[in-house]
Design a protein around this ligand. Sequence first.
Ligand code: SAM
Length: 213
Amino acid sequence: MRLRNKPNAPQKIAEYPHYIPEQPDNWVGKWQERFGNDHPIQIEVGTGKGRFITEMAKLHPEINYIGIELQMSVIVVALDRLIEENLPNLQLLHVNGGSITQYFAEGEVDQVYLNFSDPWPKKRHEKRRLTYKSFLESYEKVLVPEGEIHFKTDNQGLFEYSLSSFSKYGMTLEQVWLNLHESDFEGNVMTEYEEKFSSRGSRIYRVVAKFPK
Ligand code: SAM
C-alpha cells in the first residue's frame, strides 16, 4: 500500500501517545496493564488503514487488539479512525512486524492476524513475506503455546507459498478456505484490500494455522 507522504503525520502521531505509544518497548510484558484489564491480546501485522482491526475491536470489547504497521503515512489513517471511534481496546504500533519480539514478551499474544500481506512475488524478496520462516519464528515466540495465525489473501501464489511455509514449520492447518466469500464462514470482517479485490471479482483465500505445543 502506497500513500502520498503526509507531512503532518509525525506530529499527529506524537499528539496521541495513548493510542500509539512513543516507546513501545517500554510495554514488553505489560500490554494488559496498559489496556487496564486481563483480556487476551490479538495483533494484526500489516494493519494498513485499520478498517479490520477497528471493526474487530468494536465487535469484541472482551479482546484487546494491537494493529502493527510499518508505514507512517498509512498508520496515521488508522489513527484517525481510532480517534473517531475512541476504542479503549485498540492500540497501534508503528514498528516493523519482523521485530515484534522487541515489543512483546513470550506468550503475551493470543492470536496473530495477517490480512492481504504484500506478496513479494520475486524469489529474491522471499524473506520480506510476512509468512517467511523468520516471521513465523517471531510470531511463535510472542504467541501462547498452540497460538494461531489467521491469514487472508486474494493472492493465490502467496497463499500457496504460505501453506507450504506453515507446513514446513510444523504448524497444523486447522481450516482452509479456497473461496471464503462463497463459503459458509460466518462473521467475516472485511479489510480495505478485501473490499477492493472482492468487488473486482477476486477470490479470497483464508487459513487458520496453529503452532505446535
Ligand atoms: N491489511 C490491510 C488490508 O487488508 O487492507 C493492508 C494490506 S497492504 C497490501 C499490506 C500492509 O502491510 C501495508 O500497509 C504495509 O506497509 C504493511 N507491511 C508490510 N510489511 C510489514 C512489516 N514487516 N511490518 C509491518 N507492516 C508491514
